[in-house]
Design a protein. Structure first.
Length: 353
């Protein structure tokens, strides 16, 4: 263990702990923007700067490991000034058109500017002179270059969380650009449309298109389990005026905030689809067409057919194959019925295929 002092109080942390982690573990807030724990720890935004006794320079708390006996100050006039300057530099390349931004109200840059009283900047960044680029050909995701602060959270998330490396930071002439795969050739890129990059973006630069239809304070968030496979990812369904408008990952044991394309973008549209079956349908063998039936009629017909097969050929002529989208409870009930009613052990689940 290493001992250190933060804002006049003494703490012990294990070796290798960063100053940021040591502070947050002990309930002390240090602001960050580019930092994402275990994913993006590049120390580029300089919002997390702190003072260390005996050190002339401010240190970035997110990637500086604690050393024995360190005396850290997390807020002073000098630190506040440095953080305001960092924010002004970010704003110098950032279009403050908040009304049209998908992240208005939940933008981390907006919040920090508010916290530090930064409303505008007299500085004009090099990228602010460049033409705005909108990449919006992807069905679910879009990128607005003029809102991007080059924090690289999306780059690291795509590489380390989603395992795709579809987003990169590359040079274009004298400038660095964030190259996202949401333009015309999006289908040829390596993107699997999981949207984890948009979830990681602290501004509205890389956003989910569905997010344009609501503001965070307009939606009710309902925690549930993704219905699309047996992984059991945890998500919030965002509901506005009684309709599900989006899904967001929450920190569940099997997903740790991540979702795949099905959980993030396939969890809600079908709920109100006009193509949903709302009644049982029975096929007329003669005409090959379906007609609506009551549940009683449909279930009686199925029971009669199964009973007939069992009576003629025995229970082993039947099998029950459960859908991996069903809940554990439903799958349990199916195998129970197969074993006890059909009288066979012919039962399985398509998740094992
Ligand atoms: S949607 Fe997923 S795979 Fe595509 S760029 Fe974003 S993180 Fe990478
Ligand atoms: S798109 Fe968002 S996450 Fe990616 S570099 Fe720009 S601001 Fe950061
Ligand atoms: S988000 Fe994807 S991996 Fe997770 S449960 Fe849903 S379908 Fe499965």
């Amino acid at each position: 263990m290493l001992n250190l002092t933060i804002d006049g109080r003494q703490y012990s942390v294990s070796e290798g702990t960063t100053i940021l982690k040591a502070a947050r573990l002990n309930g002390i807030d240090i602001p960050t923007l580019c930092w994402l724990e275990g994913v993006n720890e590049i120390g580029s935004c300089r919002l997390c700067v702190v003072e260390a006794e005996g050190c002339d320079k401010l240190l970035t708390a997110c990637n500086t490991p604690v050393q024995e006996g360190m005396v850290i100050t997390t807020m002073s006039d000098r630190i506040a000034k440095a953080r305001r300057t960092a924010l002004e530099l970010l704003l110098s390349n950032h279009n403050q058109d908040c009304f049209s931004c998908a992240s208005n109200g939940v933008c981390e840059l907006q919040k920090l500017c508010n916290d530090y009283g930064v409303e505008r900047t007299a500085l004009s960044g090099t990228r602010a002179q460049m033409p705005k680029a909108l990449k919006a050909d992807h069905p679910f995701l879009a990128y607005r270059s003029e809102l991007c602060i080059h924090c690289q959270r999306c780059v690291s998330t795509c590489e380390k969380v989603s395992g795709r490396k579809s987003i990169s930071l590359r040079r274009s002439g004298p400038l660095a650009i964030i190259d996202t795969p949401f333009g015309k050739d999006w289908e040829l890129r390596n993107c699997e449309s999981c949207g984890n990059c948009a979830e990681a973006c602290p501004t509205g630069a890389l956003y989910k298109k569905a997010g344009k239809s609501f503001r965070d304070w307009e939606v009710k968030k309902i925690r549930t389990t993704c219905p699309h496979c047996a992984v059991g990812c945890q998500l919030n369904l965002l509901v506005k005026n009684g309709r599900i408008v989006a899904a967001e990952g929450v920190d569940g044991p099997s997903n740790g905030r991540r979702l795949c394309v099905k959980g993030r973008f396939g969890s809600f549209n079908f709920v109100t689809s006009g193509e949903r079956l709302t009644d049982p349908l029975i096929k007329d063998r003669a005409t090959g067409t379906f007609r609506k039936a009551s549940w009683d009629e449909a279930l009686s017909l199925v029971a009669e057919k199964f009973s007939g097969i069992k009576a003629e050929y025995g229970g082993d002529a039947l099998a029950g194959f459960a859908c991996s989208r069903s809940t554990n409870e439903d799958i349990y009930m199916l195998q129970k019925m197969v074993r006890t009613v059909f009288g066979t052990n012919n039962t399985d689940n398509c998740a094992r295929v």
